[in-house]
Write a protein that binds this ligand. Structure first.
Ligand SMILES: Nc1nc2c(c(=O)[nH]1)N[C@H]1C(S)=C(S)[C@@H](COP(=O)(O)O)O[C@H]1N2
Ligand SMILES: [Mo]
Length: 198
């Protein structure tokens, strides 16, 4: 592959393990409820909210978008971290070429199958290392890890990385997503141990 590799800033740190975390080389599977099995025949990505016109992409349209590769570390709030994950997919920035986003929009809610949602400030969502991933370490995502498309937000705890993404909604007001409404921190910076809201 010829595209440049984006190295998430955490991968360039001397000490890569945030406080309170331990390393694992395995990749645990975690979600609320059960693994969702989606088919690319029926999967769609809806871009909605404060946009000029809602856009619904088929999988065929989505996978034809420009690709990026990102190297990142995973930090789960349940205290495991997994280093050097190679992701391939579509940079979130590409969404800005698909819809015109109202300047009033400051937040995004990302929806995953199984009733999941997570909220992000756009300052976090538009970072260079944030992508809608199709592949991990060169292989298509497995159903357990979010096939066909998951969000990856390397600089925040992994619950922000919604699996089985189906929609993104741009909003002017911040609203808590699924775990955020059950007491998880609104932002979730692992280096500040933003695990729970107090
Ligand atoms: N759709 C969906 N995405 C989700 C979740 C979920 O319950 N549903 N759980 C989150 C949480 S809490 C974690 S820790 C990670 C786990 O991702 P993994 O199973 O690939 O390790 O997925 C996140 N994305
Ligand atoms: Mo989690």
């Amino acid at each position: 592959m010829d595209e440049d590799l984006v190295r998430s800033p955490d991968t360039l740190r001397v000490d890569r393990l945030p406080p309170g975390q331990r390393l694992t080389s395995k990749w645990p599977v975690l979600q609320h409820g059960s693994v969702q099995t989606l088919s690319t025949d029926t999967w769609t990505l809806t871009i909605t909210g404060l946009v000029d016109a809602e856009r619904i992409l088929s999988f065929e349209e989505f996978q034809a978008l420009p690709r990026v590769r990102v190297l990142s570390d995973i930090h789960c709030v349940t205290r495991w971290s997994r280093l050097d994950n190679l992701w391939e997919g579509v940079s979130t920035k590409v969404l800005r070429s698909l819809v015109r986003i109202d300047p009033e929009a400051q937040f995004v809610m990302v929806y995953g199958a199984g009733g999941f949602s997570t909220n992000l400030h756009l300052d976090d969502f538009w970072q260079d290392d944030v992508l809608l991933a199709l592949k991990h370490d060169g292989e298509p995502l497995s159903p357990a890890h979010g096939y066909p498309v998951r969000l990856v937000v390397p600089r925040l705890y992994f619950w922000k990385s919604a699996k089985w993404v189906q929609a993104v909604e741009f909003t002017a007001e911040d609203r808590p997503g699924f775990w955020e409404s059950y007491g998880y921190h609104n932002r979730g910076d692992p280096w500040k141990q933003e695990r729970f809201s107090s």
